[in-house]
Design a protein around this ligand. Structure first.
Ligand SMILES: *[C@@H]1O[C@H](CO)[C@@H](O)[C@H](O)[C@H]1NC(C)=O
Ligand SMILES: *[C@@H]1O[C@H](CO)[C@@H](O)[C@H](O)[C@H]1NC(C)=O
Ligand SMILES: *[C@@H]1O[C@H](CO)[C@@H](O)[C@H](O)[C@H]1NC(C)=O
Ligand SMILES: *[C@@H]1O[C@H](CO)[C@@H](O)[C@H](O)[C@H]1NC(C)=O
Ligand SMILES: *[C@@H]1O[C@H](CO)[C@@H](O)[C@H](O)[C@H]1NC(C)=O
Ligand SMILES: *[C@@H]1O[C@H](CO)[C@@H](O)[C@H](O)[C@H]1NC(C)=O
Ligand SMILES: *[C@@H]1O[C@H](CO)[C@@H](O)[C@H](O)[C@H]1NC(C)=O
Ligand SMILES: *[C@@H]1O[C@H](CO)[C@@H](O)[C@H](O)[C@H]1NC(C)=O
Ligand SMILES: *[C@@H]1O[C@H](CO)[C@@H](O)[C@H](O)[C@H]1NC(C)=O
Length: 811
């Protein structure tokens, strides 16, 4: 006990606090749920602020007068499904705010009354009362709306005490009923009366009185075996004072004859809407159906749901026709395993027919059916196969709404369809339709559901569905969004769960009216083609239903599982025209830059020099070995004009010799032997040098070349290898300035590229590099041997001779 109480305290702490009116803390709703805890007593330590207390499904057997004193704020108290036998309602005298008290499913025999003025809902049904527990005080509960009662005996005098109350619902949950005083129920003043019948009652008496009692009458547990003893009783019922317009029968198990009698009885009553739910019937048929009196009724709608046939011994036709001849506004027979349906061969007034979840086949439309007023037809969950048959049937009606979902429907291209122009909505979902279904659609259709079929594409040659606003083609096999050329008004498109890899442009161009698009859960291929689609959501936010969770890449594999919103497809990589444009722009600017460099920095000169440099380098390597075999003492012999001597001394020599003296140079001044003639000296020098450098300038040509012309013209070495000569062009020399007799010079200048001395100082680096490359022979192999020899010779030759610069003018 202690343990259970603790649980209950715990559950009060884990209370659900509903703060929907949080004006003051005390006004909060506080629920303490102690349901199904095997409690034998009401817990003593309830939270005082509890407003809702659930003590249902426990073992409570009595209520003490002090049990609920502590919970003065209590509004809702649930005590159903306990074992309480006796109750003094005075126990709730301090619960002034109590408005809901449920004491159903106990073992109450005695209730001591006490006026609870605020009570709105009092349930005493399914107890063991001998007489219905209504007392004077009940009559003073002026706010009472819902009253649940029970009792083995029902008599007028009990109900008299509450006759003045305007109740909403009276619920009679009867375990047994041993005595019913006729005329008792009609004393009640209530909108709805719900009777749960016990076995062995007289159904007819209660139905009769019930119909006179309330606008809405519901009767549950109707058992043909124990409640339908006397047909006579039914015959003697009077038709006066009937109030019920809505009659519901629930959990019905009857002989067909009894059901027929109920229909016949109700037919002439005030009932307009008759609903039978969860009904089983069968048995032999004794009554003559043709005697059913259809005349004189206010009935408008009949609904039979969850019908189970017992062993049944009458021609089905009679059953079908019993209903269809009723000729009312609405008829529903659903979940009834009904294989067929027949209609009378004259026009009927039906506006709404619902035969959902039966086993109807195309045979339904075998015979012409005349339903000129039919607005809604629901045939979902049947076994229909041919759409064109439905269309021919529909053409004779004024059908607006047609539900053919969950059938086996197909459409062959060869078949013609003929729909009425009234049709607005069609549900063709969960059938076997292929693309051809678009050839069998009414022109007037506005809402079309083709979800879960076998459609692969929307054919181009179909009639124009000018009114179509909503199209659902989810769960098909479409590989692209449809173009809207045939349904220009389309504003809602559901194309979820198809096979769309990348939507084509056509949709975006033709479907301007589409406001809501659901294209989620398709196997998107996240490449450039998808850019427009992703852009769609960015441009019109909220247009794509299920964005972004349902839009996921399937291909390429490295992007599988990525949401479309996270895909980055740059404009450049997707737009070919733009790409070409950018490339062209880059090429152009590159060209302009190159041209600018050529023009401004004399790039061509650099290139020329570089190529010379590399050429020289190769040549040098090739000829080095052979050349070194000669008796070489100097790297170069420099010949120049006196006029250029400044340049030679200040620029050329310092630059060539500047490093570690690795380049030895033979100069007029230093190495000429005055005892020999100029030409001799020259020959001597050139022979001892690896190369000869001529500093060409107009002056040089005019004054110096004469010494060389003859020599070069005949000298074998020069003939063999003109590499031996390096020409430096200090100033440009136009060819016409060269005297015609200097054939060799002309030839040299033509066949050899001259190193031009750049005017621009910045370019000198390359000039020197070029020149040094032409001279800088790796002498390493022969160096040691040659060096000793050359130095010895050199010393010997220049001993005692004064180095002087010899200048001779050519005559
Ligand atoms: C209390 O809990 C039970 C299930 O344990 C639930 O069915 C019932 O509705 C709850 N009562 C209230 C008042 O919330
Ligand atoms: C009560 O609890 C038991 C198990 O504890 C469960 O089987 C039963 O369905 C519960 N009854 C109700 C009415 O919640
Ligand atoms: C019912 O209320 C009336 C006045 O509203 C009062 O006179 C009468 O005594 C009350 N009856 C009971 C049983 O409380
Ligand atoms: C039926 O009504 C007639 C007269 O209205 C009466 O004589 C007869 O007893 C009634 N039958 C039953 C079964 O109440
Ligand atoms: C008949 O069915 C239509 C469509 O469901 C509904 O609007 C109408 O209220 C129904 N009529 C009756 C009398 O139930
Ligand atoms: C359509 O109704 C006409 C009479 O109005 C009838 O002759 C024809 O057979 C009906 N067609 C279908 C397919 O029910
Ligand atoms: C469909 O009905 C219209 C008028 O109700 C009629 O003119 C037309 O011939 C019918 N079409 C077919 C194929 O029965
Ligand atoms: C079509 O019928 C299916 C089930 O049969 C239903 O889920 C769907 O909502 C219906 N479509 C429309 C547009 O009413
Ligand atoms: C469909 O209609 C065309 C002419 O409109 C006709 O030639 C053809 O036979 C019809 N097909 C069927 C199956 O009735």
């Amino acid at each position: 006990m202690r343990f259970i109480r603790n649980i209950c305290i715990f559950c009060s702490i884990v209370m659900s606090v509903q703060g929907w009116a949080p004006k003051q803390p005390e006004e909060r709703e506080l629920t303490t749920n102690c349901s199904n805890m095997s409690l034998r007593r009401v817990p003593a330590d309830l939270t005082p602020t509890t407003t809702t207390l659930d003590l249902s499904y426990n073992l409570l057997f009595q209520i003490q007068s002090s049990d609920f004193h502590s919970v003065s704020k209590l509004k809702v108290l649930i005590l159903c499904h306990n074992r309480i036998q006796q109750l003094d309602i005075k126990a709730f005298e301090f619960n002034k705010e109590l408005r809901y008290l449920d004491l159903s499913y106990n073992r109450l025999k005695i209730v001591t009354c006490y006026p609870l003025a605020g009570l709105r809902h009092l349930d005493l049904s399914f107890n063991d009362f001998d007489t219905v527990p209504v007392c004077e005080e009940t009559g003073n509960m002026s706010h009472l709306e819902i009253l649940g009662l029970s009792g083995a005996k029902i008599q007028k005098s009990d109900f008299q005490k509450i006759a003045h109350l305007h109740l909403n619902t009276v619920f009679l949950g009867l375990k047994t009923l041993s005595h019913y005083e006729e005329g008792s129920l009609p004393i009640l003043n209530t909108v709805k009366l719900h009777i749960v019948l016990p076995m062995n009652t007289n159904f007819w008496v209660l139905l009769h009185d019930g119909i006179k009692t309330s606008k809405i009458l519901e009767m549950t547990n109707i058992d043909g075996k124990s409640q339908f003893g006397s047909y006579e009783m039914q015959r003697n019922l009077s038709l006066e004072n009937a109030k019920t317009s809505i009659l519901l029968l629930n959990k019905v198990d009857l002989l067909w004859d009894d059901l027929l009698l109920i229909f016949q009885f109700v037919w002439h009553m005030s009932v307009q809407y008759f609903h039978i739910q969860n009904v089983a019937f069968g048995g032999n048929v004794c009554l003559d159906h043709n005697s059913f009196d259809y005349s004189n009724t206010v009935m408008r709608a009949i609904k039979l749901e969850e019908v189970h046939f017992r062993v049944f011994n009458i021609p089905q036709d009679r059953v079908y026709l019993l209903f269809t001849k009723m000729d009312i506004e609405n008829l529903t027979i659903s979940d009834a395993q009904m294989p067929h349906m027949l209609f009378p061969n004259y026009p009927t007034r039906f506006q709404y027919l619902n035969f959902a979840n039966n086993v109807l086949t195309d045979a339904l439309f075998e015979k012409p059916i005349q339903l000129p007023h039919l607005k809604t037809l629901v045939l979902k969950g049947n076994k229909l196969e041919t759409l064109s048959l439905v269309s021919y049937f529909a053409n004779n009606t004024s059908l607006k709404h047609l539900d053919l979902s969950q059938n086996l429907l197909q459409h062959e291209n060869s078949e013609n369809c003929s729909w009425p122009e009234t049709l607005i909505t069609m549900n063709l979902s969960s059938n076997k339709f292929s693309d051809s279904v678009f050839r069998c659609l009414p022109r007037s259709i506005q809402i079309l559901d083709l979800n879960n079929n076998k459609i692969q594409s929307v054919p181009t040659a179909i009639i124009h569905l000018e009114s179509l606003r909503e199209l659902n083609v989810a769960l098909n096999f479409l590989t692209d969004l449809p173009a809207c050329s045939h349904f220009r008004r389309l504003s809602l498109l559901n194309i979820e769960m198809n096979l769309i890899l990348s939507p084509s442009q056509e949709f975006f161009q033709s479907c301007q009216e589409v406001k809501i698009l659901n294209a989620g859960r398709n196997p998107f291929r996240c490449t450039c083609e998808l850019r427009d689609f992703i852009q769609l959501e960015k441009n019109s936010e909220g247009m794509l239903v299920g964005w972004s969770d349902s839009y996921i890449c399937e291909y390429p594999l490295n992007l599988k599982g990525t949401q479309l919103k996270d895909i980055h497809l740059p404009e450049l990589s997707c737009n070919t025209a733009l790409l070409i444009f950018v490339i062209v722009v880059i090429m152009l600017s590159l060209g302009v830059t190159v041209a600018f460099c050529c023009f401004h920095f004399d790039l061509l000169w650099y290139i020329r020099m570089l190529s010379q440099w590399t050429q020289t380098w190769h040549r040098v390597r090739k000829t080095t070995q052979e050349r070194l075999k000669r008796n070489v003492q100097f790297h170069a012999f420099i010949s120049y004009s006196e006029h250029d001597s400044l340049w030679v001394k200040n620029e050329l020599i310092p630059n060539l010799e500047k490093e570690d003296g690795s380049i030895l140079i033979c100069l007029h001044e230093r190495n000429f032997d005055p005892s020999k003639s100029v030409t001799e000296n020259i020959i001597n020098c050139t022979e001892k040098s690896y190369k000869s450098i001529f500093v060409l300038s107009p002056n040089f040509v005019q004054s110096e070349w004469c010494h060389y012309e003859l020599f070069f013209a005949h000298h074998k070495l020069v003939h063999e290898n003109s590499d031996y000569i390096i020409l430096i062009l200090l100033e440009p020399i136009p060819l016409y300035c060269i005297p015609t007799r200097y054939h060799k010079l002309k030839a040299l200048m033509e066949e050899q590229t001259c190193l031009e001395w750049p005017k621009d100082r910045r370019k000198c680096g390359l000039f020197w590099a070029n020149l040094r490359a032409a001279l800088n022979v790796s002498l390493s192999e022969t160096r040691e041997m040659c060096e000793l020899q050359t130095l010895a010779e050199l010393n010997e030759e220049s001993r005692g001779s004064t180095v002087s610069l010899i200048k001779t003018d050519c005559l």
